[in-house]
Design a protein around this ligand. Structure first.
Ligand code: GCB
Length: 610
């Protein structure tokens, strides 16, 4: 397909994808910079393991009925008189903070997986009577059924991506009540599936806000450098609303003295090509961001956008045409110090500042899309990012609904972050067992990602194989390796396979002519536990493993970076060893109390010398 058609195809494709999969509206882009009224703060909640507020006693869902019974929790019913029987009451129920997971806010919910109802009451005054009003959720884990003033406004599946609903016709000036049924039960057919190595934090885990836009508004845009011409911005702006055809759209980048006007087609889409003369390219050493303003109809939106190219050439990764080595670390979205899911700018600062201290120019955000603060901050700090879809381990490869779900989550994260310079890699999956159905599933996802975003690189954390005749010779034998731009794999020699000295014997025989990233290696260590380098769980063992692994992988000719497992200890229900683990995966270079372990300095030293 010719590149010009490519971008036109791309937005049509995005729209069809998002509206086909879920009942929410198409995702509003850059809500980060839109004026909003926050619905964060204190909400009331009801724990409902039997889903009593959702089904009647014949197990019919109330929200499928025309006149639901007063027992439906989303009605927020109140007794009409002293004889009336209503068996719930949000206003006298307990309080919880949003954003936040429920596991770390209520001891009784530490292990809970099921339904919790949330309620927030609020007033809202529109700034203009003709405007539209949206309710936007940064993320809810895992299924959200959303009701405003007793009416269902939609649902969303997937714990780590944003969604929004147009509530223009439902919102009132006074006494609105927003009710969300959140269900984090793990399911075989879900994405991720039953089995992971991280805590299944439930709840409204990211910001909730009300966004007001003019009646015709900027729903989406893609404003990035043309990967084939670094003197040109290429992309599109897309309007939605009542009057979208033949509209003038202005794109201003004052610092570059750019003022361009384009016109929308009948679908509200204005393709974009802007010539650049002199531009400071965004990079890890100079994370330069431009203010870009988009104006259309009554709407105006500003974003901070960096311009850079990212490509591969043979075995090299090229940032702005120059070789780059990715000095990375893997990160889970957790702040162990405050406990639970990370979700604020302060949390992002803590994690990314630690990564910088370690000498990183790159992070792998595992194993699902992280909150937008992380990406915005990475843009500002000059940290390159690998973003990942939660296709982890044993997904139901043959289940079409599972595929649609994975595709939808991937689409949402690409929609949100496609203008972030920091994001350079979309990862399709982590450690998925090779089979025909799985490879087909991943190839389809890869095509979706490439179609949505032709400017970034595709990868997936694969696994290595041992040579049949010589167990010391390792290679990558995975049909999906043919489809990735960067060949990445996790390897645990010295931890799950042998002891650290085993690394000395290993020979990597990687045949693929592609840049290689090692997406994980690591060892568990309890901070403060000391001993011999062969005493498992000591800082010395972890330190030893890092020394040996770094020696080993540095000899891989195609190696262009790596992201050890992991920056900080994180909660995992798979880790039961008392005193040592206590439900923490201890592979962090920093402990759950924020203390650096010895291996931190081994890696820092390696990165400082690179
Ligand atoms: C892996 C997984 C990661 C686990 C890690 C471990 O290979 O990708 O999610 O947490 O190993 O610690 O075992």
């Amino acid at each position: 397909m010719r590149k010009t058609h490519y971008f036109l195809f791309l937005f049509i494709f995005i729209n069809t994808l998002i509206s086909a999969q879920t009942s929410q509206e198409q995702l509003l882009i850059n809500t980060y910079n839109r004026p909003s009224q926050s619905l964060n703060g204190t909400w009331n909640y009801i724990v409902d393991p039997y889903e009593n507020g959702y089904y009647n006693y014949r197990r019919d869902a109330f929200d499928q009925q025309e006149n639901p019974d007063v027992s439906a929790y989303f009605l927020n019913s109140k007794p009409k008189d002293r004889s009336d029987r209503i068996e719930y009451d949000f206003d006298t129920s307990k309080e919880i903070q949003v954003p936040g997971d429920w596991n770390t806010q209520d001891d009784k919910l530490y292990y809970y997986e099921g339904t919790v109802w949330y309620k927030k009451s609020f007033d809202y005054t529109k700034t203009d009577i003709n405007n539209r009003v949206f309710i936007y959720f940064g993320a809810v884990n895992y299924i959200a059924e959303v009701y405003l003033n007793g009416k269902k406004i939609g649902m969303h599946e997937g714990g780590f991506t944003p969604f929004n609903f147009d509530v223009t016709n439902l919102i009132n000036e006074k006494d609105n009540f927003l009710i969300v049924k959140v269900d984090n039960k793990r399911k075989k057919e879900a994405v991720p599936t039953l089995n992971t190595d991280w805590w299944n934090y439930g709840g409204i885990t990211r910001d909730v806000k009300i966004i007001e836009t003019p009646n015709t508004y900027i729903q989406d845009y893609f404003i990035q450098l043309n990967p084939d011409n670094n003197k040109q911005i290429k992309g599109y702006v897309k309007l939605k609303g009542e009057d979208i055809a033949n509209k003038k759209v202005q794109i201003n980048i004052p610092e570059l003295k750019i003022k361009t006007q384009v016109t929308t087609n009948i679908e509200g889409i204005a393709p974009l090509e802007i010539k650049l003369k002199k531009v400071t390219y965004w990079s890890d050493t100079n994370p330069y961001l431009y203010n870009v303003t988009i104006k259309a109809s009554q709407d105006e939106l500003t974003d901070q956008i960096g311009f850079r190219t990212i490509k591969t050439s043979g075995q090299d990764i090229l940032l702005n045409g120059e070789n780059i080595y990715l000095k990375g670390i893997s990160i889970h979205e957790e702040n162990p110090i405050k406990g639970g899911r990370a979700n604020t700018l302060e949390d992002a600062k803590l994690l990314l500042t630690w990564a910088k201290e370690l000498g990183c120019n790159y992070v792998r955000l595992a194993h699902y899309p992280h909150n937008e603060h992380m990406l915005r901050l990475a843009d500002q700090m000059g940290i390159l990012v690998w973003e990942e879809n939660p296709v982890y381990w044993t997904i139901q490869w043959e289940n079409e609904a599972t595929y649609q779900n994975a595709k939808n989550q991937l689409t949402e994260v690409i929609s949100r972050d496609k203008n972030r310079a920091a994001t350079i890699i979309w990862s399709m999956a982590n450690e998925t067992p090779v089979s025909e159905a799985r490879t087909e599933f991943l190839i389809k996802l890869m095509k979706v990602a490439k179609e949505l975003d032709p400017t970034r690189l595709i990868s997936a954390a694969l696994e290595q194989n041992t040579n049949k005749n010589n167990s010391n010779v390792m290679h990558i034998e995975d049909p999906f390796a043919d489809y990735v731009d960067i060949l990445s794999f996790n390897q645990y020699i010295g931890w799950y396979v042998g002891l650290p000295e085993r690394s000395k014997e290993i020979i990597w025989n990687i045949k693929q002519d592609k840049p290689v990233l090692i997406s994980e290696f690591g060892a568990g260590a309890k901070q403060g536990l000391h001993g011999d380098k062969l005493d498992r769980w000591t800082e010395e063992y972890q330190e030893y493993l890092y020394v040996e692994t770094l020696n080993m992988i540095d000899k891989i000719p195609q190696l262009r970076g790596f992201s050890p497992w992991i920056l900080v200890d994180f909660k995992s229900p798979r880790r039961h060893l008392p005193v040592i683990q206590d439900e923490w995966n201890r592979k962090g270079l920093i402990s759950s109390e924020g203390k650096k372990k010895k291996a931190f300095f081994v890696l820092k030293d390696f990165y400082d010398k690179k």
